[in-house]
Ligand binder design. Structure first.
Ligand SMILES: Cc1cc2nc3c(=O)[nH]c(=O)nc-3n(C[C@H](O)[C@H](O)[C@H](O)COP(=O)(O)OP(=O)(O)OC[C@H]3O[C@@H](n4cnc5c(N)ncnc54)[C@H](O)[C@@H]3O)c2cc1C
Length: 315
């Protein structure tokens, strides 16, 4: 037997966990092209809505700095059998959250039996111009650690968050034709973008939302989306598709297919004025965007339709 003492199991486990967390963060940073090594910049300030005249705010009342905040839950509303709409008060009721297009926040909580906190991104869906609160729409997954915790919160409970975190750097009128493809809870970043574009009087882009869900009741935010489509009928068109619709459902039946995209997507394929944003469950993203692995790659439907990779952005 050699004299070398084996590392204690706990140390080895800690090193592995920290390594895995580091790899995941690096993967997401490269995916988002925004280098987590440098300190992320706050969303607040000019251009908060993605361009001149933007209305980014001071950032949770903290002088424009992204940071950690503790927010109190004001209300929790069940939207369907698996989704809740959670409204959190900002510390200063007169401040807005400093959110920008397209931004998200990170939620933190530490389960009793866990060594590390559970950290997850969520996309606020509130109107950026209304001060005093942020709203999250959270789908609960079976055994979902963060979504289960968020669903368990009661009005008056608090939640630790970090944000606002800048995501895709939106620029007003960068694209004439904006296509948004959403699956399930992937509607939240799309809803944020739609609201931000339509509420910005300088923005002239035309928007097509293609929203695919499993069943009719999964069409969350439909009332709000329909109201926006009606109000901005010259700028926003929405297509709903339901893979397992109820009898008599008025929506297109099926998943988001190549044929549907070919028929519905706005703008010339080869133009820099056309952009497609995609957000949905992993299987849907792979089918539409494709995947590139070490050993095998899969062509996505958009590539088959002739869209170059730089016309597409996964939110
Ligand atoms: C930028 C960004 C913004 C996001 N915004 C929102 C938002 O506004 N609202 C929202 O509800 N979610 C949003 N998400 C997803 C969210 O961050 C969590 O990943 C999700 O809530 C699941 O976390 P969990 O801890 O509950 O599940 P986990 O404990 O991580 O997983 C539990 C189980 O659920 C399954 N699961 C987890 N995520 C998915 C998925 N997307 N599709 C299918 N199965 C899944 C896992 O495979 C596992 O079996 C966003 C993600 C990103 C990257």
């Amino acid at each position: 037997m050699s004299g070398a003492r084996p590392f204690p199991r706990k140390t080895v486990a800690a090193v592995i966990v920290v390594g895995v967390i580091g790899l995941c963060a690096a993967r997401r940073a490269s995916f988002r092209n925004e280098g987590f090594a440098e300190s992320p910049k706050p969303c607040g300030g000019p251009g908060g809505h993605g361009g001149p005249g933007g209305r980014g705010g001071p950032g949770f009342g903290s002088g424009g700095r992204m940071g950690f905040h503790t927010l109190r839950l004001e209300s929790s509303q069940q939207v369907n059998d698996n989704t809740k709409r959670l409204r959190f008060q900002l510390p200063d009721p007169a401040s807005n959250a400093g959110l920008c297009l397209a931004s998200f926040i990170l939620t933190f909580h530490k389960p009793q039996d866990a060594w590390f906190p559970v950290i997850r991104p969520y996309t606020p869906i509130n109107n950026f111009d209304e001060p005093g609160y942020i709203e999250l729409l959270v789908k609960k997954y079976p055994n979902g650690r963060a979504s289960g915790y968020l669903h368990s919160l009661q009005p008056g409970d608090t939640l630790k968050i970090r944000g606002p975190m800048p995501g895709y750097r939106w620029k007003t009128n960068e694209f004439e034709h904006v296509n948004l493809i959403a699956g399930g809870a992937g509607i939240t970043p799309m809803y944020q973008l739609i609201q931000g574009m339509l509420n910005n009087p300088e923005d002239k882009s035309k928007i097509k939302l293609i929203f695919g869900v499993n069943t009719d009741k999964d069409l969350i935010m439909k009332k709000e989306l329909d109201a926006l489509e009606q109000k901005f009928s010259d700028r926003l068109k929405i297509v709903y598709t339901v893979s397992d619709p109820v009898k008599g459902s008025p929506f297109i039946k099926g998943r988001i297919t190549k044929e549907l995209l070919e028929k519905e997507l706005l703008g010339p394929k080869d133009s820099k004025a056309t952009k497609i944003f995609l957000c949905g469950p992993p299987a849907m993203e792979v089918s539409i965007f494709g995947s590139k692995g070490w050993t095998s790659s899969k062509k996505g439907v958009l590539e088959e339709l002739g869209y170059a990779a730089d016309r597409i952005h996964k939110l």
